[in-house]
Design a protein around this ligand. Structure first.
Ligand code: ATP
Ligand code: MG
Ligand code: MG
Length: 354
């Protein structure tokens, strides 16, 4: 049988491996930790102990196709190591999404609106950029940020030194703070033949920079769902994308959409699909990268997905006793603070069309 290679064996890699195993694929996961969450999945081999070029080469040698669970893979060594082994989503999607300046320039360039932003190449450019954008802003590292790490809010009383100390150093990006009504994301897939399927968008609530809940449909109207799906389809097509993508939006009070960021992978705000859809985002991604037809993204339930972070997982006995919940734990031994340990999706009968 064929082998699917996955760079990264965290919870996303684990859930991808589970979906791949269900289709009878073998899985090779590149992870420095031989006991990573994906290591516990059937049919799965862990390649390590580094994520350097030599290990990437071994992953490629084992795999018929390679994908990844996070966007911070160094592109040059990856390209070098893969040689003729196909990579989905394509390397261009990595290049665009791993640098916030490149990402926003790409989005604006294809006519997709974002928060106003300025590239900060040197610390002394911050003052001018702040005056230029005006009002409250957020300074973010260009690369390697996740779960709200590497970000500093800047208001009139923040000193520049404080802001840079909080995020490290330039190069950075300054974004105007968006007074959004709520946050929304759409998880969509594009197959090797160009077919596109979008799951219904979720309304997302963050707490301390980390996703707390995704509610479907939440405040997402049919018109918003249509608009978000159109934006996702445009991004997928322009990147000649194959696989699942997560597109995060800010929704303004008047319904206008701004894209916050894109993630070239399965996305935390799409975990609800395993409980409420025919095929989960993980299965959809495996279908796309393996060259299979996409599944219907239809949804059976309204639902709320809640992330179980750190000690939340101590509520296991209570959560597993809920009659209309699907509980999913990631097999992580240590419930460290801020660590994603699992999620629970609570379902209800569908209220309306979208
Ligand atoms: P993720 O874990 O989703 O990759 P991240 O670290 O890349 O997160 P962002 O998505 O850029 O971070 O920001 C995290 C959250 O901070 C957003 O979901 C939003 O709630 C808030 N935020 C970020 N940028 C802005 C902005 N320009 N205006 C208002 N809120 C913002
Ligand atoms: Mg991000
Ligand atoms: Mg985000």
């Amino acid at each position: 049988g064929s082998t699917i290679g996955i760079v990264g064996g965290g919870q996303l890699g684990r859930m991808l491996a589970m979906a791949a195993a269900r289709f009878g694929y073998k899985i090779a996961v590149l992870d420095p930790d031989s006991a990573c969450p994906a290591s516990q999945v059937a049919n799965t081999t862990v390649v390590g102990p580094y994520d350097d070029e030599a290990c990437l080469k071994r992953l490629a040698a084992l795999s018929d196709v390679v994908t990844y669970e996070f966007e911070n893979v160094a592109v040059a060594p990856l390209r070098q190591a893969l040689g003729q082994t196909p990579l989905f989503p394509p390397a261009e999607a990595l290049e665009v999404s791993q640098d916030r300046v490149v990402e926003k320039a790409f989005l604006n360039g294809i006519g997709v609106a974002t928060a106003e932003w300025r590239a900060i190449d040197r610390a002394d450019e911050l003052g001018h950029a702040l005056l230029d954008l005006g009002g409250d802003c957020i300074l973010k590292t260009r690369r390697f940020g996740y779960d709200g790490k590497g970000q500093a809010r800047i208001s009139a009383d923040t000193t520049f030194t404080d802001a840079f100390e909080a995020i490290g150093s330039a190069p950075a990006i300054l974004e105007k703070k968006v007074p959004f009504s709520f946050e929304m994301s759409v998880v969509a897939a594009r197959g090797r033949d160009g077919e596109i399927a979008a799951f219904d968008p979720a309304e997302n609530v963050h707490s301390l920079g980390i996703l707390k809940t995704s509610t479907v449909p939440g405040q997402v109207t049919p018109a918003l769902a249509q608009a978000a799906g159109d934006v996702a389809a445009k991004i997928l097509t322009k990147l000649d994308y194959v696989g699942v993508i997560g597109v995060e939006f800010f929704v303004a009070k008047d319904g206008a959409l701004l894209v916050n960021e894109i993630a070239p992978r399965v996305h935390n705000s799409g975990h609800w699909t395993e409980a409420a859809c025919l095929a989960s985002q993980f299965e959809q991604h495996i279908r796309a990268v393996a060259g299979l037809p996409l599944a219907s993204p239809e949804r059976h339930f309204d639902c709320v997905m809640e992330n179980l972070i750190g000690d939340d997982v101590g509520r296991f006995a209570q959560l597993v006793a809920e009659p209309r919940s699907m509980l999913h734990l990631y097999g992580k031994a240590e419930a460290r603070r801020g660590r994603k340990m699992g999620h629970v999706t609570r379902v209800l009968p569908r209220s309306r069309g979208v």
